[in-house]
Write a protein that binds this ligand. Structure first.
Ligand SMILES: Cc1cc2nc3c(=O)[nH]c(=O)nc-3n(C[C@H](O)[C@H](O)[C@H](O)COP(=O)(O)O)c2cc1C
Length: 222
């Protein structure tokens, strides 16, 4: 697949077929994606791939926590709420997604079900969790991990796989560490759901908007 085509084709997939992803394919994806750049080539990432029974255990535990109303507590503290134009874009995304899913604004039950699906990794057959050591500068590690995450998504697409980068999967990091055996010294940055897209899932029809380049670009010296 041509790079241009891959960049345009990639989008967040939130509905998956149950078919497992062969380990060799995930190995290829990760090995190639590790060519992503990082500050001073420090390669701060640590990648954990979860499937099978441990993934089911993660799902059960997330479901219990959400049902019990336990507030999420990421390794990086509370996220600053979006305001202004960012809030508008966030709202537009939710509005479009709920539109495809046929969820009305005031349907709290369906919304909660959808939120639950996100915390359950969108029922994808595999999750890739990306962590970094607690001694690293969070800001530097986060930008490197962002590059790795996009590279994984593009490489996965080349194998016919869908992905959804998400922070829902690392919103209860203690749980993930316990189930995967990851050390306490690792901070969980991102989760990526991976699997074969369910083409009939209405959530996968969403193609999110982007600002035109002229609205976010300043040209200097041209
Ligand atoms: C850092 C990061 C965190 C994200 N967290 C979530 C999440 O928790 N749940 C979710 O459904 N999507 C999540 N997304 C996906 C974004 O909503 C999505 O990338 C954005 O709406 C653009 O849509 P696209 O990926 O289809 O192009 C996340 C994406 C990024 C980059």
């Amino acid at each position: 697949m041509k790079l241009h085509e891959a960049i345009l084709k990639r989008r967040s997939i939130r509905g998956y077929l149950p078919d497992p992803v062969p380990r060799e394919i995930l190995e290829d994806i990760i090995a190639l994606s590790l060519r992503a750049p990082s500050a001073m080539n420090t390669q701060p990432w640590e990648v954990t791939v979860v499937t099978g029974e441990p993934l089911e255990e993660l799902r059960r535990a997330h479901t219990e926590l959400l049902r019990a109303g336990t507030p999420p507590r990421s390794d990086f503290g509370a996220v600053k709420p979006f305001e202004g134009v960012y809030k508008e874009r966030q709202r537009a995304l939710g509005f479009a997604l709920y539109g495809y899913l046929g969820i009305e604004r005031d349907d709290k039950e369906k919304r909660a079900e959808w939120t639950m699906k996100g915390f359950r990794g969108f029922e994808a057959p595999a999750l890739i969790v990306i962590a970094a050591d607690e001694n690293l500068d969070d800001r530097v590690a986060a930008s490197d991990i962002g590059g790795l995450a996009q590279t994984i998504c593009l490489t996965a697409l080349d194998h016919g796989l869908g992905t959804c980068i998400n922070t829902q999967g690392v919103a209860y990091p203690q749980l993930v560490r316990e189930i995967t055996g990851m050390p306490e010294t690792k901070k969980l940055h991102l989760c990526i759901a991976v699997g074969y897209p369910d083409e009939d899932d209405p959530a996968n029809r969403l193609v999110s908007d982007r600002e035109p380049a002229e609205n976010v670009t300043t040209w200097v010296g041209f």
